[in-house]
Design a protein around this ligand. Structure first.
Ligand SMILES: *Cc1c(COP(=O)(O)O)cnc(C)c1O
Length: 379
């Protein structure tokens, strides 16, 4: 029987301890038992988000939290600023378009991250901007944003800072309060190691004030409903009960290790993965200055089709990585090091990549990737 190893940036692997919880019979959500779980989940999320802000739990994938932030903060014809450096940055623009929000777009070359000074320039040029939408870890390129630097710029303006941290949360540092992030959108099926179905969103006082004035049409994703329900430790609609209960356990696991120890763990795995790629004579897609610890986008040599590499790794060997999208389709594979992944998983993935690259005719010394990774992991 073939193994299944997910080195993908969502969904990620679900550890046995969480599978056990997910397998329990369901309980009703309007009960003191579920309220206790919901309360504990929100407390745990605040710990991972490093925030004292309110956190609302939604039944959706990550994009639902993004949509909730747009419709709950803004009104038709409002201006927003979007940073677009990959597929997920583009999602912010598409959401703004769908709701008639005027988006000024800062286009960043894929693989690079935005200079906070660019954001300052745009905000100085247009004082009517109400929200700045950025991506924490851009999953399509393996790039990290300087959220701390961006927060310093936005905090002095009328606009709120909204961060898509769907893939980055729990993997790459995000200090919501210290970095003045007003709204964070994230979900449970990436760094938090659960099946898809739960998203969540943190809201600062500044964002809450904007929410009170918002006039965009909305119903299911109206965060004011979630705010009101929370005064009774409740959700306005049926939550993803089983996943919320498992989320409590996942957050316990993170707390046992310590969030900052988790971040160091992923930094170490990311460094080993980058070393392995270079050891195999490959190059990295993201700029060195902006590289993410969430996933590594590896450029493949001319003549080797990334989609074929991905298919062989998955279908023959049971190891999943992610493809390049749009302009980098076939040219890049993305290896994620997030969720319940350890150094042996990474070494296994690299060994498999070596085997497939050799079969496809790439010239390198067999074992060079694994050796380079080992030098980082076990110096
Ligand atoms: C996965 C992801 C999302 C949300 O995707 P869903 O499929 O809706 O969960 C949003 N932003 C980033 C950066 C992501 O990696």
């Amino acid at each position: 029987m073939k193994r299944t190893l997910l080195l993908t940036p969502g969904p990620t692997q679900v550890p046995a301890r969480l599978c056990e919880v997910l397998g329990r019979p369901i309980i009703h959500h309007r009960t003191p038992q579920f309220q206790a779980f919901l309360k504990e989940a929100v407390e745990g999320l605040k710990y991972v988000l490093k925030t004292q802000n309110d956190v609302y739990v939604l039944a959706s994938s990550g994009t639902g939290a993004m949509e909730a932030s747009v419709v709950s903060l803004l009104s038709s014809g409002d201006s927003a600023l979007v940073v677009e450096g990959g597929k997920f940055g583009e999602r912010w623009t598409e959401l703004c378009k769908a709701y008639g929000v005027k988006a000024t777009v800062i286009k960043v070359q894929w693989g690079k991250s935005v200079d906070p000074a660019e954001i300052k320039k745009a905000l100085d040029a247009d004082k009517s901007i109400k929200a700045v939408f950025v991506t924490h870890s851009e999953t399509s390129t393996g790039t990290n944003s300087d959220i701390e630097g961006i927060g310093k710029v936005v905090k002095n303006c009328a606009a709120v800072l909204v961060v898509d941290a769907v893939s980055g949360l729990g993997v790459q540092d995000l200090q919501t309060d210290n970095w003045h992030v007003d709204v964070v959108c994230s979900a449970a099926h990436k760094g938090l190691m659960l099946p898809p179905g739960v998203a969540f969103i943190s809201v600062s006082a500044k964002a809450d004030a904007l929410m009170a004035q918002s006039k965009l049409p909305k119903y299911y994703f109206d965060l004011r409903k979630y705010k009101k329900a929370w005064t009774q430790v409740d959700t306005p609609f049926t939550p993803a009960i089983g996943i919320v209960i498992a989320l409590v356990e996942s957050l316990k696991m993170i707390k046992e290790t310590g969030i900052d120890n988790m971040l160091s763990h992923y930094a170490r795995l990311a460094k080993a993965t980058r070393a392995a790629a270079l050891g195999l004579g490959l190059t990295l897609f993201a700029d060195e200055s902006a590289i993410s610890n969430v996933l590594t986008a590896v450029k493949l040599p001319e003549g080797i089709d990334g989609d074929k590499v991905l298919k062989m790794m998955r279908d023959t060997h049971g190891i999943s990585v992610a493809p390049g999208q749009d302009a980098i389709k076939g040219k890049v594979i993305r290896i994620a090091h997030m969720g319940v992944i350890d150094e042996y998983d990474i070494l296994t993935g690299i060994a498999c990549l070596e085997k497939v690259l050799k079969q496809l005719g790439h010239k390198f010394e067999m074992g060079a990737g694994v050796a380079a990774a080992q030098k980082v992991l076990n110096p």
